[in-house]
Design a protein around this ligand. Structure first.
Ligand code: F6P
Length: 327
């Protein structure tokens, strides 16, 4: 180990993700193992600004590995975007003798962390937690697997009623500007089409495709719509398609925040445990402003600036696979 740190702060910020609690558990227990004191900061950067801190011992994180949400609570802080807000936050950290931070969150969280590190020279290590899976530097983010499982379970149920009524369903899933949840949900649920931010789809194409589907006497199908696609919401797309193709009885479901809740999958629990553990080790090795991730099953450190700014590409071969398997 290259550095001795006696006290760290840990917080969750931005949209919650299933597995955040499992990761907090790993951070606290790994730190305790190394005799490092841990302070839990409530409500992300908001709690840092308000000095909402509590000490965390290894038993404080018992019985949480299986729980969704985050027991430290989370927020998207507007005040932390200001210099004054960040100065207030740093004052509280100094007062509590916190020497380094572990930040659990996504793009917005790490953008804040990068600025904060530059301003106050405080070591910060990030743990990628977002259902969107849109962070460069890790194959998967914590929460993505659970969110996809939740979406697939919902789509399976929608399929039952769609089949019974011979309906064409447009199902909208989350993902902000990325189509990872939509593409994986489409493949895993055997959907007819998927509309993504990363690939252009036109209403003409959809109408042509579903006219051919209707001709083949298949009156049930599922279209998975990623919320960040440029064509519009599932509702808007469904209306446009229905207007030009009235043979289908069309319905729309928006899965929404259901995808953010629930007990994390085993995959997310293991990932969260590995990354929480690695975040503490990274700090002890002297790393200052990086995100820990998993690349090809190996732990990898990525500077915040790349994790935030580099584009993580969707696997285009999976789009082709989804199209071919939907024939
Ligand atoms: O980043 C996670 C996410 O769930 C996105 O998929 C979605 O666009 C957004 O957060 C919703 O944010 P909020 O919970 O603030 O409505």
């Amino acid at each position: 180990m290259k550095t001795t740190i006696k006290k760290i702060g840990v917080f969750t910020s931005g949209g919650d993700a299933p597995g955040m609690n499992a990761s907090l558990r790993a951070v606290v227990r790994t730190a305790c193992f190394h005799n490092i004191e841990v302070v839990g900061i409530k409500c992300g950067y908001e709690g840092m600004i308000n000095g909402d801190f509590r000490p965390l011992e290894k038993r404080d994180v018992g019985n949480i590995i299986q729980r969704g949400g985050t027991f430290l609570k989370t927020a998207r802080s507007k005040e932390f975007m200001t210099e004054k807000g960040r100065a207030k936050a740093f004052k509280h950290l100094k007062k509590h003798k916190i020497e380094a931070l572990i930040a659990l969150g996504g793009n917005g969280t790490f953008t804040g962390a990068e600025i904060f590190h530059k301003e106050f020279d405080l070591p910060i290590v990030g743990v990628p937690c977002t259902i969107d899976n849109d962070l460069y530097g890790t194959d998967k983010t914590i929460g993505f697997d659970t969110a996809v499982n939740t979406a697939v379970e919902a789509v399976d149920k929608i399929r039952d009623t769609a089949e019974s009524h011979n309906r064409l369903f447009f199902v909208e899933v989350m993902g902000r500007h990325a189509g990872f949840i939509a593409l994986h949900t489409a493949i895993a649920s055997g959907a007819g089409s998927v509309i993504l931010p990363e690939k252009e789809t036109t209403i003409d194409e959809l109408v042509k495709h579903y006219a051919a589907v209707a001709k083949s006497k298949r009156m049930t199908s599922l279209v998975i719509v990623a919320e960040g696609n440029p064509l519009g919401s599932a509702d808007e797309i469904a209306k446009k398609v229905e207007k030009r193709l009235d043979v289908f009885d069309v319905r729309v479901t928006v899965i929404g925040h259901l995808q953010r809740g629930g007990s994390p999958s085993a995959y997310d629990r293991v990932l969260a445990s590995r990354l929480g553990f690695s975040a503490v080790n990274a700090l002890l090795e002297g790393h200052q402003d990086i995100m820990v991730g998993v690349d090809n099953d190996q732990i990898k450190y990525t500077p915040f600036k790349y994790a935030i700014n580099n584009q993580k590409d969707l696997n285009l071969r999976l789009i082709r696979l989804a199209e071919i398997l939907a024939i």
